[in-house]
Design a protein around this ligand. Sequence first.
Ligand SMILES: *Cc1c(COP(=O)(O)O)cnc(C)c1O
Length: 339
Amino acid sequence: METKIDFRSDTVTKPSPGMLEAMMQAPVGDDVFGEDPSINALESLAASLFRMEAALFCPSGTMTNQIAIKCHTQPGDEVICDESAHIYQYEGGGIAFNSGASVKLLYGDRGRINSEMVNAAINADDVHKARTSLVCLENTSNRGGGSCYDFEAIRKIKEVCASHQLALHLDGARLFNALVAKREKPDQYGALFDSISICLSKSLGCPVGSLLLGKSDFIKKARRIRKVFGGGMRQAGFLAAAGIYALHNNVYRLKEDHTHARLIGEAIVKKDFVKELLPVETNIIIFELEDNAAPQLVEKLKDHQVLAYAIAPNRVRLVVHLDITPSMAEKTIEIINKL
Ligand SMILES: *Cc1c(COP(=O)(O)O)cnc(C)c1O
């Protein structure tokens, strides 16, 4: 049987031999007691990379986002985000479930909102209104097709937040893709956000794990919430070792994924059944077809051992990641050319 070329998500990667070796060698201890040397090393490595005070290792990106929202809000508060945001669309209604907060949705450009929109969405200090307390951005934006924020736009949003005493959280599940694509540095982001969530289990190739970054007192509070959410892990240093390995070895290479995505996008846009291709800025390719044509195309690709995902009846998504080799990318382009 031919091997499948799996573009369903960048979460499908399997740990490489080098990563597994690092995991095997990891010193571990009970992290709920703060005694896992590998987790402590990963948390300080990430904090220093972003020049933030502290970090917290968690089992998933959903958990890091939900902990951040819980720490930044009180029940009844309102959170501002784009309508496509993962925190709103794909976290099981967690904002309401975990934090008792409501959401003000903005309609941005491929997942990206701007300072004027944020400013207009802040509720007045009026007893009728929910208290606006948090703004969440997503970079890169998943449903925006891996779109990246312009850093200046984030700086302006930060100004609005600062003048209204709002916290600013970044869902940076794929932040490293944005950093590589825009040639930005993690500490630029560390300086602007009150909290940042990054995924190690997406393009960075770890089997499990996300990090939440922030000030020391924020992370202290987050550690308590993580325990409440059931996310306090014990000898999870084996997983943290994968994270350390990934931060050292799997960041710079993301540009290869971006090149593969661009080339595949160029093949897709030539097909007459494709109505629109979202700009391919990083590792995600999203394109639009006639109504209800997406599941059929996904089946057709599957017949050629190419796995994609219909994110809507008329939209298909492919995500490139480190288990997509140059020859797999080439083969995919040949298959698309022949469709
Ligand atoms: C994947 C993802 C997350 C976190 O997902 P988990 O599967 O819980 O790790 C958060 N935000 C975005 C934008 C994502 O793509």
